[in-house]
Design a protein around this ligand. Sequence first.
Ligand code: FAD
Ligand code: MG
Length: 343
Amino acid sequence: MTKFFYRLFFICFVLFLTGCGRTSPRHYTDTDTAMGTVIIQQIYAKEDFTDEVLTCIRRLETESLSKRVEGSEIFDINGEAGKEAEIPLTPEMEEVLSRCLEISENSEGAFDITIGEVVGLWDIDSWAGMSTDNPDSSFRLPAQTELSETLALAGYEKLTLENHGIRVPEGMALDLGAVGKGIALDEILALLQEREVMGAVISVGGSILTYGEKPDKSPWKIAIADPENQGGSIGVLTLTGQCCVSTSGDYERYVEADGVRYHHLIDPATGYPAQSGIRSVTILTKNGFLSDALSTACFVLGEEKGMELAERYGVEALFVREDGSISMTEGMQSYFSLSKPEK
Ligand code: FAD
Ligand code: MG
């Protein structure tokens, strides 16, 4: 009888070991492009979900968020600008737009998705960290009058969002460039939660999602780019579980002309790239939409008001000032470690 039990125990133990081998997660990686930026995925799971994640981002881009893609919901909304009748919205778009309006109100208009025409006037899509020294550059500084006229068409307070529809005034264009990648992180998170994923870190341009854990249980390490030298980093965030990290920086998209750097973070008060005394803002929170929207808003607001906005939303923020020095919310200090002595 005892022998029988020993045998049974041995068989169970062998089955347990084989089972472990079969079910242990593998490390899948993928690098691709979508939303005009690079998507880098690292997923620890039993199956490869990287294609599904990419499809999810591209579907969001082409069906909903990209003002450049004919047939997307935002493209169609912009096409209906100036019409008397309300443009009907999907529940998802209604939620996105109302959350955007709330951030606009709370940031005193520093964040404003109605500046699409101003963004178009600067031709930001054609910038990729290039300089006008580049002979291919087609950069043209918009004339002041042209800029003022275009800016006059913008203004979030002119939007009417009611009855599950929106009215967009003539000449206005909506641009979700400041939140699209964060929205993508939230969709990806929902997808990973539905699948058997042990852990993942997924970067959609300047917005990064961490989820779950690695097989060795070590924390996620997210580097924050050095605005002076993007190959390097100013420091690292040590994170566990689900986090969203978004950085808005003046080095991401810019043109230099006559010694001036024109970047893609526009101050809706002037129509010019924001001059708020900082080079970058990093926001850490659990929600992708918030991290992306607030990184843009805080950049435009600058350190003092940006810090207040971050505290109001209960998110962590880190600012890199123009002189390279750093300031951050108290909570951020427990995640951040410096990779070089502060200037
Ligand atoms: P963020 O701070 O997150 O966003 C900056 C962007 O938001 C600006 O580029 C501008 O569009 C807008 N913005 C600027 N100032 C403000 C403000 N004060 N308030 C609100 N919004 C503001 N780029 C391409 O070149 N080609 C593409 O095909 C393309 N497709 C895209 C599709 C989608 C769905 C999205 C979301 C972006 C796309 N982009 C494309 C844009 C590209 O990825 C941008 O570089 C990116 O959106 C800027 O992100 P960021 O994280 O650097 O800065
Ligand atoms: Mg943003």
